[in-house]
Design a protein around this ligand. Structure first.
Ligand code: NAP
Length: 271
């Protein structure tokens, strides 16, 4: 399949790198990217030729990945309407918050649109992406979009567009929650007497190892936690303190706030 990227920044580049690692050939990928330095580094690091002419980039594309900042999506797509109408490619948007209805309007009638909400670990091939497409997008188009996002990690389809706001709150913003927790743990350990550099390394390695263990298991997080929480032990003392401070309530309110904010932001770009 011939692919085009509109925007070869952080996310576009991560996806291109993932696709190349999985066997897509450089000549199957074209990129429209307005920043010269980004075009140069795509050529130097990945052997991809990028152009500042988006029309030329999408000319032969069967699937177009929209990877510009959300505020640029409308103008980028609207300027391509004639070629989209002629070629009828799939449009896969990773632009946060831009609703399907808006994308369909900017692309023109009949273009199959798939929305993706990836997260930052995609940059190291360990992302997870929430995917949504309306019911008139067929299985072949869904599978093509899925293959692109799988190049940087796992994919999870959600049944409604509203659910993508919850995905944004969970896995989109989620890496920051884990970074915050690791940062606070390292800080607390420093206050308890550990040297700062050692505390940071221990916190980061614990984050990494716990993630690997959770990923390798059947996904029952409560059981995994129970396995490191012996009765009367140190972990139990810590978890009891967290429970007393209503950590569950805090996390619940935090995800609610992020979901709400995602819906609010969508109305800025949306229709
Ligand atoms: N990075 C993440 O972790 C992440 C996670 C989830 C979703 N996303 C989504 O992915 C999209 C891209 O994010 P990013 O982090 O990759 O942003 P980015 O690094 O800024 O990349 C976007 C690139 O597109 C360029 N561009 C702007 N207008 C263009 C146009 N008209 N034609 C061609 N290229 C154009 C930008 O140039 P300028 O700098 O001049 O604008 C920039 O180089 C966003 O919509 C974001 O919501 C990103």
């Amino acid at each position: 399949m011939q692919l085009a990227f509109l925007g070869g920044g952080n996310m576009g580049r991560a996806l291109i790198g993932g696709l190349l690692r999985r066997g897509t050939r450089p000549e199957q990928i074209s990129v429209g990217e307005s920043v010269e330095a980004a075009r140069t580094s795509l050529a130097r690091d990945l052997g991809i030729t990028a152009t500042d002419n988006n029309l030329a980039a999408v000319e032969n594309a069967e699937l177009i990945v929209l990877a510009v900042k959300p505020q640029h999506a409308a103008s980028v797509l609207a300027s391509l309407q004639p070629v989209l109408k002629r070629n009828q490619p799939i449009v896969l948007s990773v632009a946060a918050g831009i609703r399907t209805a808006a994308l369909e309007t900017w692309c023109g009638a009949g273009i199959p649109v798939v929305r993706a909400m990836p997260n930052r670990p995609a940059l190291v091939g360990a992302g997870v992406t929430g995917l949504y497409a309306s019911t008139h997008v067929g299985p072949a188009h869904r599978a093509a979009a899925e293959r692109v996002m799988q190049s940087v990690g796992e994919v999870v389809w959600v049944p409604t567009e509203e659910a993508l706001d919850v995905v944004t709150a969970l896995s989109g913003s989620g890496p920051a929650y884990f970074f915050l927790l690791a940062e606070l743990m390292a800080q607390a350990a420093t206050e308890l007497g550990l040297e700062a550099q050692a505390a940071r390394r221990l916190a980061v390695a614990t984050l990494h190892g716990a993630g690997l263990l959770a990923h390798a298991s059947d996904g029952d997080l409560a059981r995994l936690r129970a396995e490191v929480t012996s009765k009367g032990g140190t972990t139990e003392a810590a978890v009891r303190t967290m429970d007393a401070a209503d950590l569950r309530g805090i996390v619940s309110r935090a995800l609610e706030a992020a979901t709400h904010r995602s819906r609010e932001l969508a109305t800025q770009f949306g229709m």
